[in-house]
Design a protein around this ligand. Structure first.
Ligand code: TXA
Ligand code: MG
Length: 301
């Protein structure tokens, strides 16, 4: 199906992707249409290994180091695109850069090896919604808009990949994600990474309202408001909420990341007045969790 230009949802270790042949304008156009995604927002190109990635992007020593350390895994590198890459310009939104990632999920790996093509794959949700971490979420989000869903169970990381821009002199963190800033900084040197200003986005995914449930979301909640559901973290949960789901009773950030999107979906019900979320520490995977929660809490247009 992928070789014929159709779109297939598949599991990765981060979230489910909506995949299509990245060298085919028609396939990439179908991805944008299925998601309702604005065409100025470029897609991540997935490949099986570093060798395949080097045929698409220009790797300097820094990019190669990071790729060796983090791939396969939840790190996406934005690099200058090779003239001979063969990647659809639509996938790159006409930019002279390309975002590349090597996923570690065995189903994603098998799919990439079997198709022998780079696969453009944004998260398999409608544009602006919460990313899917189970096959059933994809079915709910996209229904007949997707030709096939490969069910690989729940995604173990549960948050999208970290997007790091290495296309210019200063590395820029475009999106915190499954690979932590601390791990990346250990590779690059602490002061080398610039967290880009959300007011001047380098990446369209930095738009303020994103990853949003339907209900209003309130961060850093310490007490209940009438009718609210609670997304808790840690053992000491405040009383008085209409329903409570706990991201991690032991305060484990990896467990919380893996639960975040599925629990937001479960609490996003009209019977509640809103979703309150307890404070999450701003380190490690907590940065990416807080980033998604800030966007989910931002006013929607
Ligand atoms: O974990 C993930 O990254 C998942 C799985 C399926 O791999 N994919 C994903 O894709 O989250 P998507 O399309 O939802 O997010 C891709 C992000 C967007 O914020 C986009 O703006 C940014 O990467 N991006 C893609 N190409 C870019 C480029 N050339 N320059 C800057 N940002 C880029
Ligand atoms: Mg997405």
């Amino acid at each position: 199906m992928l070789r014929a230009g159709r779109v297939v949802a598949f599991p990765t270790e981060t979230v489910y992707g909506l995949g299509g042949d990245a060298t085919s304008d028609a396939a990439v156009a179908r991805i944008f249409a299925a998601k309702g995604r604005p065409r100025f927002n470029p897609l991540i190109v997935h490949v099986a290994d570093l060798v395949a990635a080097e045929a698409i992007g220009e790797f300097g020593p820094r990019a190669r180091d990071l790729a060796r350390r983090f791939w396969p895994g939840p790190l996406t590198l934005v690099l200058r695109r090779r003239a001979t890459s063969g990647i659809s310009l639509l996938a790159c939104a006409g930019l002279d850069t390309v975002a590349i990632r090597v996923p570690s999920h065995p189903v994603a790996q098998a799919l990439l090896c079997e198709t022998g093509r780079p696969l453009a794959a944004p998260s398999a949700n409608r544009s602006g919604h919460v990313s899917p971490t189970e096959a059933a979420h994809v079915a709910t989000e996209l229904g007949k808009r997707v030709d096939l869903i490969l069910d690989g169970g729940r995604c173990v990381v549960g948050l999208e990949s970290t997007v790091l821009d290495l296309s210019s002199a200063t590395p820029g963190l475009l999106r915190p994600g499954g690979a932590t800033l601390e791990e990346i900084a250990r590779s690059l040197g602490w002061f080398a990474v610039v967290e880009t200003d959300p007011a001047a986005p380098r990446s369209p995914g930095q738009l303020a309202s994103h990853y949003a449930p339907r209900l209003p979301l309130r961060k850093d909640a310490v007490a209940a408001r009438p009718g609210e559901a609670l997304l808790a973290f840690g053992a000491r949960t405040p009383p008085g909420f209409a329903e409570v789901l706990n991201l991690s009773e032991t305060g484990d950030l990896a467990e919380a990341a893996a639960n975040l999107f599925a629990m937001l979906r479960r609490l996003d019900r009209a019977e509640f007045t809103g979703i309150a979320v307890m404070p999450i520490p701003e380190h490690g995977l907590g940065r990416a969790i807080n980033d998604r929660l800030r966007r989910a809490a931002a006013p929607q247009d």
